[in-house]
Design a protein around this ligand. Structure first.
Ligand code: HH2
Length: 277
């Protein structure tokens, strides 16, 4: 009998759902809905009840054009939320590119580090995660949030993103992070045009072939509006579900989403059809 692969102790026999808890005033997707600590905690609890496997708590927006926030401010936003949600038994990831925030978040109960810079944004990031011995999500980004959507260019976006992620995974393993503790993410919308996003989604299998679980975060992102009728972020549910299923079909093991109940239902039905074939 072959053992089921796991990430952060969660079986990967079906796509895992990561619910997004942005404790920010300026996130593109939920416009500060959960900036207040109590609102963020309530949103996280609701997502757990709706079927989230992991809650991704972030205190700094990485939307195109976003300005960085200070470490202290980021900690003040996320730590009280993590303490309560992780204290209640939730598997929490900390969405941060700062080693000091990762460290404080893990001390507060976070079980996973999610870094949009793949542990390159802070010189202490790699050694911090290796020392903390927590699983890590490594995301590809071209440039930095303030300017990344200005003019993203690639010769071969799929090969470049795949090779970058393979290199970051190798660096993590060389630093002592176990292969089973690494997940990869092509970084939908991070220094990518609509065509780049579509190519990465279409060829997700090339990244999955590296052997690590692949996370896709496409929920409510702007390419959905661009390919549809210019809907605002909260009106992008249909497109978000379509992309979640297309990603699952191509081997995504983890889906980072705002709309947990709807995604869980969509995945349930997709799986029912797939297993009936
Ligand atoms: N996308 C966002 C933030 N963090 N992390 C990973 N691993 N993958 C992603 O695609 C990803 C991410 C941006 O989305 P959101 O958190 O909704 O918005 P904001 O950065 O404005 O808070």
């Amino acid at each position: 009998m072959s053992a089921t692969k796991t990430f952060a102790g969660l079986a990967l026999e079906r796509p895992l759902i990561v619910g997004i808890v942005n404790v920010t005033p300026d996130s593109f997707s939920d416009g500060g809905d959960n900036y207040d600590v109590q609102a963020a905690i309530a949103a996280g609890r609701a997502m757990l009840a709706e079927g989230a496997d992991i809650l991704d708590v972030g205190g700094e927006s990485t939307r195109p054009g976003a300005e960085p926030v200070g470490i202290e401010e980021e900690c003040a936003r996320v730590l009280p939320v993590i303490e309560v949600l992780a204290g209640g038994g939730a598997v929490v990831s900390i969405d941060s590119r700062h080693a000091a925030v990762m460290r404080a978040a893990v001390a507060a109960g976070a079980a996973i580090v999610n870094d949009v810079t793949a542990l390159t944004g802070d010189p202490a990031g790699l050694e911090t995660v290796a020392e903390l011995k927590v699983p890590v999500i490594l995301m590809h980004m071209q440039g930095e949030p303030r300017t990344m959507q200005a003019d993203p260019r690639y010769d071969d976006v799929v090969a470049e993103v795949r090779d970058y992620l393979a290199g970051r995974a190798a660096a993590c393993e060389a630093a002592g992070i176990a292969p089973r503790d690494i997940a990869l993410d092509p970084g939908i919308g991070f220094g990518k045009t609509v065509e780049h996003n579509l190519a990465l989604l279409r060829h997700l299998d090339a990244i999955a072939a590296l052997g690590y679980p692949v996370l896709v975060g496409a929920s409510r992102k702007s390419f959905i509006g661009k390919l549809s009728r210019g809907e605002s972020p909260k009106e992008r549910l249909g497109g978000s579900l379509a992309i979640a299923l297309a990603a699952a079909e191509r081997g995504a093991a983890i889906l980072r989403v705002h709309d947990v109940a709807e995604t869980a239902q969509a995945l349930e039905l997709w799986r029912a059809v797939a297993s009936a074939l």
